[in-house]
Design a protein. Structure first.
Length: 137
């Protein structure tokens, strides 16, 4: 209904009758891969909590020349949200205790919210591909 991120997620989960764990991923994470998601899902399952969120330290963004858009305070320190969350669909209307994962891994850090972020992601990928090619030679 376009009322904002949280209400839109609630509506989507309710409308589709999702009552178990729901993995929610923002579409602006170009480096996200299955291995990283497997690690996050494993952390969620081990935590026993109904929710999990991945937060990024501000210094990780500056390290890669990226901009942090959505800020979140956790234990007295500011982080950026990564856009990777797991929630219990059966408790969608309740506040859920959450496991917090702090990550500096590129898979979570590289969010593309601006042309500058896109340029930084391309630069990083070019660098990684070059290193990978050199290691094969």
């Amino acid at each position: 209904d376009g009322q904002g991120y949280h209400s839109d997620v609630q509506q989507a989960v309710k409308d589709t009758n999702l009552n178990g764990p729901v993995l929610i991923i923002s579409s602006d994470l170009p480096l996200l891969n299955g291995k990283f998601l497997d690690e996050i899902i494993e952390r969620y399952e081990e935590s026993g909590k109904p929710a999990l969120t991945v937060l990024i330290p501000e210094e990780a963004f500056s390290m890669y020349g990226l901009s942090a858009v959505s800020q979140y305070e956790y234990e007295g320190k500011m982080y950026a949200v990564s856009g990777i969350n797991i929630i219990d669909g059966g408790q969608i209307l309740k506040e859920q205790e959450q496991e917090v994962v702090i990550s500096c891994q590129p898979e979570a850090v590289f969010t593309v919210n601006s042309v500058n972020d896109l340029t930084a992601a391309k630069k990083y990928l070019t660098q990684i591909m070059g290193e990978s090619k050199r290691n094969k030679d």
